[in-house]
Design a protein around this ligand. Structure first.
Ligand code: 5RP
Length: 239
């Protein structure tokens, strides 16, 4: 199967190196969370080779895209019902700050990604260097129930932000997530207190999940695909 977007990703050396390195950290027998997006694609390709060499794993996909790519690569799939405890997750991010707090959700998969991250003992976040920032600036993807879209926008404005309904590129009208919901991209400018903002957005009735990930820093290893090799930040891979 040919996947839209994979051609451009193939040209991105930073994503390729970081994704492949994350896949190299996966141990035999792992229950692996599989994130969504172009960087994870490179991890999946590496896992395809490792499975051919005998690696044994099962993966919990975070989206239809992740499931389709994994299936195509011969990665056996499972669910959080069957494996509520996940050993490690490989995922990407849109921004990573110095404390390893993340913004995720460009691919509108952040709700399931957050569920899988919360179930995972370890998080391997693979990025190219452009994702590394001093301060998170967003926009923050916010998955919302269609029923509550307008009141959620008003509440986001009340928090000092501006929520814009995400529209499809090759579909008219709003993007519909894998969960059947809408996505708002919420702009707040520089985010001075990400923990507080994540909690405040997620407390709005009708919000399913915000693409701010501040609660996983202790279990996170960030792999940055630099020109001269993959830089590792945070928790060391073997520990
Ligand atoms: C999907 C995500 C992705 O992990 C994030 O957008 C990074 O994507 P890419 O690896 O394609 O740059 O959060 O919802």
């Amino acid at each position: 199967m040919r996947f839209a977007g994979s051609h451009n990703s193939m040209q991105d050396a930073g994503k390729r190196d970081a994704g492949a390195r994350a896949a190299d950290l996966v141990r035999d027998g792992t229950v692996l969370g599989l994130g969504t997006g172009s960087t994870v694609f490179f991890a999946v390709e590496r896992l395809r080779s490792r499975i051919a060499e005998g690696l044994d794993l099962v993966a919990v996909p975070t989206s239809y895209q992740a499931a389709m790519r994994a299936r195509e690569a011969g990665i056996p799939l499972t669910t959080l019902d069957e494996h509520p405890e996940v050993d490690a997750t490989i995922d990407g991010a849109d921004q990573v700050d110095g404390c390893l707090r993340l913004i995720k959700g460009r691919g509108a998969a952040h709700t399931r990604e957050k569920c899988v991250a919360a179930a995972s003992a370890r998080l391997f976040i693979a990025v190219d260097p452009s994702k590394m920032v001093g301060v998170l600036t967003g926009p923050i993807p916010v998955e919302v129930l269609p029923f509550a879209c307008k009141p959620v926008m008003a509440r986001i404005a009340g928090l000092g932000g501006e929520g814009v309904l995400r529209e499809g590129l090759r579909k008219d009208g709003p993007v519909i997530t894998d969960n059947g919901n809408f996505v708002l991209d919420a702009r707040f400018g520089a985010i001075s207190d990400p923990e507080h903002l994540e909690a405040a957005i997620e407390a709005i009735p009708g919000v399913v999940a915000a693409g701010l990930f501040t609660g996983f820093t202790e279990r996170t290893t960030v792999l940055v695909g630099e020109k001269d090799g993959v830089r590792i930040l945070g928790r060391q891979p073997g520990l």
